[in-house]
Design a protein around this ligand. Structure first.
Ligand code: G6P
Length: 579
């Protein structure tokens, strides 16, 4: 995964300023970070990005990188930038070179010495080996031919005022400034510097200097290409924690506002887009969602809402899409992705785009790859979400899907959702008390049937990723087919009990009979357990959103009790840009 930034400037730019830009890409990984410039300075550090750790030096051309480890552990040696044997070439990379071992062996035979276990380091040695005898453009051609996998690479050479930029698969963008050009994984890295942007397409290479740039398509030889400069309308403001301890709780609390913003936008600014999407659904035989993580859980609800109004709908986990065989000319694919950059989703879309299948998307990040790949795209208007765990974006995805189904007759009260969410916040003290008990638990089960089952899975995901508690979200009816064996005295089971569902009451009783510690989330006044949560609503959509928010708060306060790094949990990243 990883985030990359490179700057070529007429005047020297301080290393700390460059690292500030990198900080905005920390959502892409935070195992380690590093910096290098064309004077040959290179510094690397384990852990989250901290500009103060870097020596404050100026340079006209520099690159920096934040890492989410794929090949090789979290060590200083494996951190980027990587360099060649001579120490003249520095490389940063986002993606995976799949055949790196083969290239590495070849380089070792040619006498190169490697210092890391990464796939990236081979790039520096490869260029060192071949630029001795060939112009760099030729080496680029052979590199694109030989390297398998995905990459966004920035390469600099000591005392050379250029950045060499390569893109296949992983995102890369150029910000065109006055007397400076900036390369980065996304446009937000340089949102305070320029609005003029060039997006790299597949298999493109660019040579970037302070006041000019040249783009080439690899086809398979380098051919110069003319690129359009896109003027960005910055729709999202950069969020801060304000008075909150963590982004997670701030983002949970923002949900009433985020929901209002989305509803207004769907009714006015995005109405035309929504009408186009409605038309696309009407003229298709079936709808297929593609998504990952929390977005996949939202898609499960989308299937339930659309099926209810008679629209044949399926969903596929993005990384398993290859096994999904129902795509034809009459299928509408809808990608659901907060970041709009999840590699598994992009991969799936690339395959079907080539076949001419129509693509729609629900994204939160404007100008993201998935948005740009779509025939029509709806922005879920959650605002920037900085905590790794999806909270407000999940709610707004679910609401957008319900709204879409609403256009075909699905019933819910559109207007009172914000106040319903507020009513969950009234139970915060109760949630805090419960968190004190849950922090000692090793396993938690969450059960639900029918339309609430996806919420059981979403709550389980939150508890795993943020509170580090093993949790399973299950269909209530499936419990007795195996998992019930794990229920013993005191094992917490969160049971999602909508009023009309008698069967989940039986499932809850079955757990109780075996000593399970029942925590019901319900709108049924007959349900009585000491630790119950009431969600006051008669609509299934509201029940889903409200119980998911109980799960978000419970996760937050449990993780807080455990003193965990809530916004940036270990081993994860907000945007997963590798397969
Ligand atoms: C990562 C994030 C999750 C997110 C998933 C899908 O795993 O940590 O919060 O749900 O990616 O991301 P997307 O941006 O495609 O919704």
């Amino acid at each position: 995964m990883c985030g990359i930034v490179g700057i070529a400037s007429r005047n020297k730019v301080s290393s700390r300023e460059v690292i500030e830009m990198l900080k905005r890409l920390e959502y892409r990984g935070y195992d380690s970070f590093g910096y290098a410039n064309i004077e040959g300075t290179c510094e690397k550090f384990i852990g989250r990005i901290d500009g103060k750790k870097i020596t404050d030096i100026g340079s006209k051309v520099s690159i920096c990188h934040t890492r989410w480890s794929t090949h090789g552990g979290v060590t200083k040696a494996n951190s980027h930038p990587h360099n060649d044997c001579s120490g003249n070439i520095f490389v940063i990379h986002n993606g995976i070179i799949e055949n790196y071992l083969q290239i590495k062996e070849d380089m070792i035979k040619k006498g190169h010495r490697f210092k890391s276990q990464t796939d990236t380091e081979i790039i520096a040695h490869y260029f060192e080996e071949y630029i001795k005898s060939l112009p760099i453009e030729k080496v680029v051609e052979t590199f694109f031919k030989e390297a398998k996998g995905e990459f966004a690479i920035l390469l600099i050479i000591k005392d050379d005022n250029k950045i060499y930029a390569f893109k296949r698969g992983s995102p890369l963008v150029l910000g065109v400034g006055k007397g400076k050009n900036i390369l980065a994984s996304d446009i937000y890295a340089f949102s305070n510097i320029t609005d003029d942007v060039i997006f790299f397409n597949e298999d493109e290479f660019a040579i970037v200097e302070d006041s000019n740039y040249t783009f080439y398509k690899i086809d398979p030889k380098l051919k110069p290409v003319k690129k359009d400069v896109v003027k960005i309308q910055w729709a999202q403001k950069e969020e801060t924690k304000e008075e909150y301890d963590h982004y997670m709780i701030k983002e949970i609390k923002e949900q009433p506002e985020a929901v209002k913003r989305l509803l207004t936008s769907l009714q006015y600014e995005q109405k035309n887009n929504l009408d186009s999407l409605k038309k696309m659904i009407k003229t298709s035989k079936r709808v297929v969602f593609i998504a990952a993580g929390s977005s996949y859980h939202a898609s499960l609800l989308g299937v339930s809402f659309l099926n209810k109004v008679g629209i044949e709908t399926h969903t596929s986990i993005a990384s398993e899409f290859k096994t999904f065989n129902l795509i034809d000319d009459n299928t509408l694919v809808i990608a659901i992705s907060q970041s709009g950059e999840t590699m598994d989703v992009i991969e799936a879309l690339r395959g079907i785009k080539q076949k001419g299948v129509k693509i729609a998307s629900l994204v939160n990040v404007p100008y993201s790859t998935i948005q740009r790949m779509s025939n029509v795209s709806i922005n879920i208007q959650a605002g920037q979400e900085r905590c790794v765990a999806a909270t407000k974006t999940f709610t707004n995805q679910v609401l957008t899907l319900a709204y879409l189904a609403h256009l075909f007759g699905y019933e819910f009260n559109v207007n009172n959702i914000p106040e319903k969410i507020e009513s969950i916040f009234d139970q915060e003290d109760h949630i805090k008390k419960l968190a004190k008990k849950l922090k000692y638990k090793k396993d938690i089960y969450i059960i639900g049937r029918g339309y609430v089952y996806p919420i059981a899975r979403e709550i389980a995901l939150k508890l795993k990723e943020i509170a580090y508690i093993h949790a399973e979200g299950m269909m209530g009816g499936e419990l007795k087919h195996g998992t019930l064996a794990l229920i013993e005295d005191g094992v917490p089971v969160i049971s999602l009990i909508p009023k009309e569902d008698r069967s989940i009451i039986s499932n809850t009783k079955e757990v109780e009979a075996r000593g399970g510690y029942i925590i019901p989330i319900t709108n049924n006044p007959e349900i009585n357990y000491p630790d119950k949560f009431i969600v006051k609503t008669d609509y299934e959509l509201h029940f889903c959103i409200m119980s998911s928010i109980v799960g978000q708060l419970l996760t937050y306060y449990t993780a807080k009790e455990k003193n965990l790094p809530i916004d940036m949990p270990r081993n994860l990243a907000k945007s997963v840009t590798v397969k």
